[in-house]
Design a protein around this ligand. Structure first.
Ligand code: ZN
Length: 215
């Protein structure tokens, strides 16, 4: 019989992403064979602010796609839109309702699906990356804490051994019998003659003081 009547499509567009949306839309239209971009935008695209009913037309979309951020004196409307605000001064709306009317040769449904898939990929990538980065940072910080604890543990064991202590369950406390002839004599090192003044830079040998009775 007859083909189903083409229907208009609507999309809600966040004003914060309006410039990117306009650029993606214009780029996608340029890739449609036999389609004149400005004509297709004029015939098929308009948007309305749900709060103040401001109307945005196809040529505005093309202008938004063409310029990053127009100066306020060049176009206050485009300047506000590029900044993520409704074109009407004082309107607090953060999104526009876009309508895509049928245009011969333009598959709005397929085109918008591609735009949304691309936008979804961008969103997904930006959602995954900070999480992965945070997880990696948590893993790194856990590794650093574990390494720090291991170092502290080793240092404590070394200090324990150096101070003559035994490590429970690892090393049996050992008893030494010292030969009195080889025992250092208390005070002996302090009774040696001080080094000659001319020899102050000579390498010196230090000996550990004998352990006190309390250790
Ligand atoms: Zn508005």
């Amino acid at each position: 019989m007859s083909e189903p009547l083409p229907v208009s499509l609507t999309r809600t567009v966040d004003l914060a992403g309006l410039g990117g949306f306009a650029r993606a839309l214009v780029t996608a239209l340029r890739e449609q064979p036999g389609v004149e971009v400005l004509a297709a935008l004029r015939a098929g695209v308009h948007a309305t602010c749900p709060q103040c009913q401001f109307r945005l037309f196809g040529e505005d979309v093309l202008a938004l796609a063409a310029s990053e951020a127009p100066a306020p004196e060049t176009s206050p409307k485009l300047h506000r839109l590029a900044g993520g605000y409704c074109a009407r001064q004082g309107c607090e709306s953060r999104f526009y309702e876009f309508t895509f009317d049928p245009v011969p040769g333009v598959d709005w449904a397929g085109l918008l699906a591609d735009l949304e898939a691309a936008a979804g990929e961008v969103t997904a990538a930006s959602e995954v990356t900070p999480e992965a980065a945070a997880a990696a940072a948590r893993r790194r910080s856990r590794r650093r804490v574990a390494l720090g604890l291991a170092v502290v543990g080793v240092l404590l064991v070394v200090r324990h051994i150096l101070s003559g202590g035994a490590i429970p369950w690892i090393r049996e406390p050992r008893r030494f019998t010292a030969d009195p002839a080889t025992m250092p004599q208390l005070g002996r090192t302090n009774t040696e003659a001080p080094p000659a003044l001319t020899a102050t830079n000579r390498p010196r040998t230090f000996r550990a003081a004998p352990p006190g009775p309390g250790r």
